[in-house]
Design a protein around this ligand. Structure first.
Ligand code: UDP
Length: 238
């Protein structure tokens, strides 16, 4: 089977790891995601994963409750490490070799992020999980996924969403007139304020011409289908 993308960055939001409860880490849900990733891995695709942390903590929420924003963001970055380790556990349980790399050093727990080492791991068939976002407050893990994709020369960013099968003109749950887009440009995403990613992530993606596929994670084998080039979800190009 030929694949459309040889090296991918998979963005998993914290929400994706939480399942129905919407909060915390849900091991059966992560096990299901790990099975999907294993199938992609078996196709020989190089996979890097960027983990979100919103299932545990968001810096913005902390700031709204009176915390210093940067401090709250560091808590958010640490949340992404918990998710990364949970995902590593699930992947290794199903026999997929992994490395976690963190943008903030915590050597007892994971490797520090080193770009060339990450690429080497990918070449050796290891799934690399990037945690701690960019390592700086005021950024998001969406921005991290674009940044890491650019750094490791990924062919695409796979933006797996919970229960949403692509990008719509309006919220399909609220507006019956909402239409789904099969294809968009980054400029259209920004101009139409479609809010798939924050503007920093969108503009970084546009400037670096990295395609993005937004698709529903909750349908079995969707990650494999996207990698094999099936037209599902919404493809956004530069
Ligand atoms: N975060 C940060 N810098 C980064 C990435 C993340 O400060 O480069 C913090 C930020 O507080 C954010 C939290 O980590 O709210 C969790 O990340 P995000 O909200 O992107 O996770 P997701 O929505 O994908 O679950």
């Amino acid at each position: 089977m030929t694949v459309k993308y040889q090296r991918v960055v998979l963005k998993l939001s914290g929400e994706a790891l939480a399942g129905d409860k919407g909060f915390g880490i849900n091991p059966p849900v992560i096990a299901e995601i790990a099975e999907q990733i294993k199938k992609v891995h078996q196709l020989g695709v190089e996979i890097a994963i960027v983990c979100g942390g919103g299932n545990i903590w968001r810096g913005e929420t902390g700031a709204e409750m009176g915390m210093d924003r940067a401090q709250a963001d560091y808590i958010g970055m640490l949340a992404t490490v918990m998710n990364g380790l949970a995902l590593q556990d699930a992947l290794e349980t199903v026999g997929v070799p992994t490395r976690v790399q963190t943008s903030i050093e915590m050597r007892q727990v994971a490797e520090p992020y080193i770009r060339r080492k990450a690429i080497r791991h990918l070449e050796k068939g290891r799934v690399v999980i990037f945690s701690c976002g960019t390592g700086s407050p005021y950024f998001s893990t969406d921005t991290t996924s674009v940044l890491r994709a650019a750094e490791i020369n990924a062919d695409v960013i796979l933006m797996a969403k919970n229960g949403v099968d692509g990008v719509y003109s309006a919220d399909p749950l609220k507006d019956p007139q909402a239409v789904k887009y099969d294809e968009l440009t980054q400029l259209e995403v920004i101009n139409k304020q479609l809010g798939i990613m924050d503007s920093t992530a969108s503009s970084l993606s546009m400037d670096n011409d990295i395609p993005l596929v937004v698709f529903n994670l909750n349908k079995t084998d969707n990650i494999v289908r996207v990698v094999e080039g099936e037209q599902i979800g919404t493809t956004i190009t530069g």
